[in-house]
Design a protein. Structure first.
Length: 256
Protein backbone atom coordinates (compact mmCIF):
# COMPACT_ATOMS: atom_id res chain seq x y z
CA UNK A 1 0.00 0.00 0.00
CA UNK A 2 1.22 3.47 -0.90
CA UNK A 3 0.17 6.51 1.14
CA UNK A 4 0.35 9.69 -0.92
CA UNK A 5 -0.37 13.20 0.36
CA UNK A 6 -1.43 16.16 -1.76
CA UNK A 7 0.24 18.90 0.25
CA UNK A 8 0.63 22.64 -0.19
CA UNK A 9 0.98 25.24 2.54
CA UNK A 10 -1.08 27.98 0.90
CA UNK A 11 -4.67 28.21 -0.24
CA UNK A 12 -5.62 28.03 -3.90
CA UNK A 13 -2.68 25.84 -4.95
CA UNK A 14 -4.69 22.96 -6.43
CA UNK A 15 -4.18 20.32 -3.74
CA UNK A 16 -7.86 19.29 -3.62
CA UNK A 17 -8.10 19.35 -7.43
CA UNK A 18 -5.15 16.96 -7.54
CA UNK A 19 -6.52 14.73 -4.76
CA UNK A 20 -9.98 14.39 -6.34
CA UNK A 21 -8.92 13.81 -9.94
CA UNK A 22 -5.89 11.66 -9.10
CA UNK A 23 -7.97 9.37 -6.91
CA UNK A 24 -10.58 8.98 -9.67
CA UNK A 25 -7.98 8.25 -12.35
CA UNK A 26 -6.29 5.71 -10.07
CA UNK A 27 -9.64 4.03 -9.44
CA UNK A 28 -10.36 3.95 -13.17
CA UNK A 29 -6.96 2.33 -13.71
CA UNK A 30 -8.06 -0.53 -11.45
CA UNK A 31 -6.44 0.47 -8.16
CA UNK A 32 -8.48 0.27 -4.97
CA UNK A 33 -8.19 3.77 -3.54
CA UNK A 34 -8.93 5.26 -0.14
CA UNK A 35 -9.08 9.05 -0.16
CA UNK A 36 -8.81 10.87 3.18
CA UNK A 37 -10.20 14.37 3.60
CA UNK A 38 -7.87 15.84 6.22
CA UNK A 39 -8.84 19.46 5.54
CA UNK A 40 -11.46 20.93 7.93
CA UNK A 41 -12.84 22.89 4.96
CA UNK A 42 -13.96 19.43 3.71
CA UNK A 43 -14.08 20.42 0.05
CA UNK A 44 -12.96 16.96 -1.02
CA UNK A 45 -15.86 15.40 0.87
CA UNK A 46 -18.22 17.76 -0.96
CA UNK A 47 -16.66 17.13 -4.37
CA UNK A 48 -17.05 13.37 -3.90
CA UNK A 49 -20.74 14.05 -3.23
CA UNK A 50 -20.72 12.74 0.33
CA UNK A 51 -22.89 14.45 2.91
CA UNK A 52 -21.85 13.82 6.50
CA UNK A 53 -24.85 12.91 8.65
CA UNK A 54 -24.95 13.97 12.30
CA UNK A 55 -24.36 10.46 13.59
CA UNK A 56 -21.77 9.41 10.99
CA UNK A 57 -18.13 8.91 12.02
CA UNK A 58 -15.56 11.06 10.22
CA UNK A 59 -11.81 11.49 10.30
CA UNK A 60 -12.15 13.30 13.63
CA UNK A 61 -13.50 10.21 15.38
CA UNK A 62 -10.86 8.04 13.71
CA UNK A 63 -8.08 10.36 14.95
CA UNK A 64 -9.49 10.11 18.47
CA UNK A 65 -9.68 6.30 18.26
CA UNK A 66 -13.42 6.43 18.87
CA UNK A 67 -14.18 4.32 15.77
CA UNK A 68 -12.37 1.82 13.58
CA UNK A 69 -11.02 2.61 10.12
CA UNK A 70 -13.78 0.48 8.62
CA UNK A 71 -16.49 2.44 10.42
CA UNK A 72 -15.09 5.77 9.17
CA UNK A 73 -14.82 4.62 5.54
CA UNK A 74 -17.59 5.07 2.97
CA UNK A 75 -18.04 4.02 -0.66
CA UNK A 76 -18.34 6.75 -3.29
CA UNK A 77 -20.14 6.87 -6.62
CA UNK A 78 -16.87 5.86 -8.31
CA UNK A 79 -16.02 2.17 -8.48
CA UNK A 80 -12.90 1.23 -6.43
CA UNK A 81 -12.92 4.62 -4.65
CA UNK A 82 -13.63 4.98 -0.92
CA UNK A 83 -13.67 8.03 1.35
CA UNK A 84 -12.89 8.96 4.93
CA UNK A 85 -14.81 12.26 5.11
CA UNK A 86 -14.40 15.31 7.28
CA UNK A 87 -16.37 18.37 8.29
CA UNK A 88 -15.43 21.60 10.07
CA UNK A 89 -15.40 19.71 13.37
CA UNK A 90 -12.02 18.30 12.36
CA UNK A 91 -10.40 21.48 13.68
CA UNK A 92 -11.06 20.10 17.17
CA UNK A 93 -8.35 17.50 16.66
CA UNK A 94 -5.54 20.08 16.69
CA UNK A 95 -5.40 20.24 20.50
CA UNK A 96 -5.70 16.46 20.79
CA UNK A 97 -2.71 15.97 18.48
CA UNK A 98 -0.65 18.67 20.21
CA UNK A 99 -1.21 17.17 23.66
CA UNK A 100 -0.71 13.54 22.63
CA UNK A 101 3.07 13.83 22.35
CA UNK A 102 3.07 11.71 19.19
CA UNK A 103 0.70 13.73 17.02
CA UNK A 104 2.91 13.46 13.94
CA UNK A 105 2.54 9.67 14.03
CA UNK A 106 -1.20 9.54 14.75
CA UNK A 107 -2.63 9.45 11.24
CA UNK A 108 -0.18 6.83 10.05
CA UNK A 109 -1.17 4.60 12.98
CA UNK A 110 -4.88 5.06 12.27
CA UNK A 111 -4.38 4.11 8.62
CA UNK A 112 -2.39 0.92 9.30
CA UNK A 113 -5.51 -1.33 9.07
CA UNK A 114 -5.93 -0.17 5.44
CA UNK A 115 -2.92 -2.31 4.49
CA UNK A 116 -4.12 -5.23 2.42
CA UNK A 117 -7.47 -3.65 1.57
CA UNK A 118 -6.28 -0.67 -0.48
CA UNK A 119 -3.56 -0.15 -3.08
CA UNK A 120 -3.25 3.60 -2.63
CA UNK A 121 -4.30 6.05 0.08
CA UNK A 122 -4.59 9.67 -1.09
CA UNK A 123 -4.70 12.36 1.62
CA UNK A 124 -5.91 15.91 1.01
CA UNK A 125 -4.27 18.32 3.44
CA UNK A 126 -5.17 21.70 4.97
CA UNK A 127 -3.41 24.71 3.42
CA UNK A 128 -1.31 25.72 6.41
CA UNK A 129 1.16 24.36 8.95
CA UNK A 130 -0.78 22.70 11.73
CA UNK A 131 -0.82 19.59 13.85
CA UNK A 132 -2.96 17.95 11.16
CA UNK A 133 -0.38 18.86 8.53
CA UNK A 134 2.40 17.31 10.63
CA UNK A 135 0.42 14.11 11.02
CA UNK A 136 -0.13 13.95 7.25
CA UNK A 137 3.59 14.27 6.55
CA UNK A 138 4.20 11.65 9.22
CA UNK A 139 1.75 9.26 7.54
CA UNK A 140 2.87 9.78 3.94
CA UNK A 141 5.24 7.59 1.97
CA UNK A 142 5.23 10.03 -0.93
CA UNK A 143 4.11 13.64 -1.31
CA UNK A 144 2.92 15.49 -4.38
CA UNK A 145 3.10 19.28 -4.15
CA UNK A 146 0.71 21.28 -6.34
CA UNK A 147 1.64 24.95 -6.54
CA UNK A 148 0.24 27.77 -8.60
CA UNK A 149 2.50 29.08 -11.35
CA UNK A 150 2.79 32.46 -9.61
CA UNK A 151 5.16 34.08 -7.15
CA UNK A 152 2.74 33.10 -4.36
CA UNK A 153 2.84 29.51 -5.60
CA UNK A 154 6.63 29.50 -5.57
CA UNK A 155 6.58 30.70 -1.97
CA UNK A 156 4.15 27.92 -1.09
CA UNK A 157 6.48 25.36 -2.66
CA UNK A 158 9.43 26.61 -0.59
CA UNK A 159 7.42 26.45 2.67
CA UNK A 160 6.04 23.00 1.87
CA UNK A 161 9.42 21.51 0.98
CA UNK A 162 10.88 22.98 4.17
CA UNK A 163 8.07 21.52 6.31
CA UNK A 164 8.69 18.07 4.85
CA UNK A 165 12.44 18.42 5.30
CA UNK A 166 12.10 19.40 8.96
CA UNK A 167 10.06 16.33 9.85
CA UNK A 168 12.23 13.94 7.86
CA UNK A 169 15.39 15.34 9.47
CA UNK A 170 13.75 14.91 12.90
CA UNK A 171 13.11 11.26 12.07
CA UNK A 172 9.34 11.67 12.30
CA UNK A 173 8.69 10.99 8.62
CA UNK A 174 10.22 9.00 5.78
CA UNK A 175 8.18 10.85 3.15
CA UNK A 176 9.72 11.69 -0.20
CA UNK A 177 8.54 14.27 -2.71
CA UNK A 178 7.20 12.28 -5.65
CA UNK A 179 6.53 15.31 -7.79
CA UNK A 180 5.72 19.00 -8.05
CA UNK A 181 2.75 19.98 -10.24
CA UNK A 182 2.52 23.60 -11.41
CA UNK A 183 -1.13 24.67 -11.15
CA UNK A 184 -3.02 27.23 -13.24
CA UNK A 185 -0.19 27.40 -15.76
CA UNK A 186 -1.23 30.31 -17.96
CA UNK A 187 -0.92 30.27 -21.73
CA UNK A 188 -1.89 32.82 -24.38
CA UNK A 189 -2.46 31.00 -27.63
CA UNK A 190 0.42 28.57 -27.99
CA UNK A 191 2.78 30.44 -25.68
CA UNK A 192 3.17 30.24 -21.92
CA UNK A 193 3.02 33.62 -20.19
CA UNK A 194 6.27 35.14 -18.97
CA UNK A 195 5.24 34.86 -15.31
CA UNK A 196 4.34 31.18 -15.58
CA UNK A 197 7.51 30.43 -17.51
CA UNK A 198 9.72 32.24 -15.00
CA UNK A 199 8.06 30.72 -11.93
CA UNK A 200 8.08 27.15 -13.27
CA UNK A 201 11.75 27.54 -14.15
CA UNK A 202 12.46 28.72 -10.58
CA UNK A 203 10.51 25.77 -9.19
CA UNK A 204 12.59 23.36 -11.27
CA UNK A 205 15.73 25.05 -10.02
CA UNK A 206 14.58 24.57 -6.43
CA UNK A 207 13.55 20.89 -6.54
CA UNK A 208 15.25 19.59 -9.70
CA UNK A 209 13.88 19.03 -13.21
CA UNK A 210 13.39 15.33 -12.47
CA UNK A 211 10.89 16.14 -9.70
CA UNK A 212 8.73 18.40 -11.86
CA UNK A 213 5.55 17.02 -13.42
CA UNK A 214 3.58 18.37 -16.39
CA UNK A 215 1.59 21.42 -15.40
CA UNK A 216 -2.14 21.75 -14.90
CA UNK A 217 -3.05 24.53 -17.29
CA UNK A 218 -5.40 27.34 -16.36
CA UNK A 219 -8.75 25.96 -17.52
CA UNK A 220 -12.31 25.94 -16.25
CA UNK A 221 -12.58 22.33 -17.46
CA UNK A 222 -10.90 21.01 -14.29
CA UNK A 223 -13.45 22.80 -12.13
CA UNK A 224 -16.29 21.57 -14.34
CA UNK A 225 -15.09 17.96 -14.16
CA UNK A 226 -14.92 18.09 -10.36
CA UNK A 227 -18.26 19.85 -9.87
CA UNK A 228 -20.02 17.46 -12.28
CA UNK A 229 -18.37 14.36 -10.83
CA UNK A 230 -16.84 13.30 -14.15
CA UNK A 231 -13.41 12.96 -15.74
CA UNK A 232 -11.85 15.29 -18.29
CA UNK A 233 -12.40 12.76 -21.06
CA UNK A 234 -16.12 12.89 -20.36
CA UNK A 235 -16.05 16.61 -21.15
CA UNK A 236 -14.16 16.02 -24.39
CA UNK A 237 -10.76 17.23 -23.11
CA UNK A 238 -8.58 14.11 -22.68
CA UNK A 239 -5.35 16.07 -23.24
CA UNK A 240 -5.92 17.94 -19.98
CA UNK A 241 -5.56 14.65 -18.09
CA UNK A 242 -1.87 14.35 -19.03
CA UNK A 243 -0.52 15.64 -15.67
CA UNK A 244 -2.48 12.92 -13.85
CA UNK A 245 -1.39 10.22 -16.29
CA UNK A 246 2.24 11.23 -15.70
CA UNK A 247 1.75 11.19 -11.94
CA UNK A 248 0.16 7.73 -12.10
CA UNK A 249 3.18 6.50 -14.09
CA UNK A 250 5.39 7.56 -11.16
CA UNK A 251 3.05 5.89 -8.69
CA UNK A 252 3.24 2.65 -10.67
CA UNK A 253 7.04 2.74 -10.44
CA UNK A 254 6.88 3.18 -6.66
CA UNK A 255 4.37 0.35 -6.29
CA UNK A 256 6.53 -2.13 -8.23
Amino acid sequence: MLTLASLSLSGGQGKTTVAVLLSKYLARAGYTVLVVDADPQSNLTTFLQHEVAVDQPTLLELYRKQVSLEDATYPTATKNLFLIPSDDGLDQVQEYLASSGVGALALGKRLEPAEGSFDVVVIDSPPQRSQICKSIIGAADQIVIPCEATVKGYGSLIRTVEAVRELTEDGVSDAKVLGVIPFRDRWVGRSRTKESDMVISEMAGEVGENVMLPSIRESEKYKQAISQGVLLEDLGYPDLAYPFESLIDRIREVLK
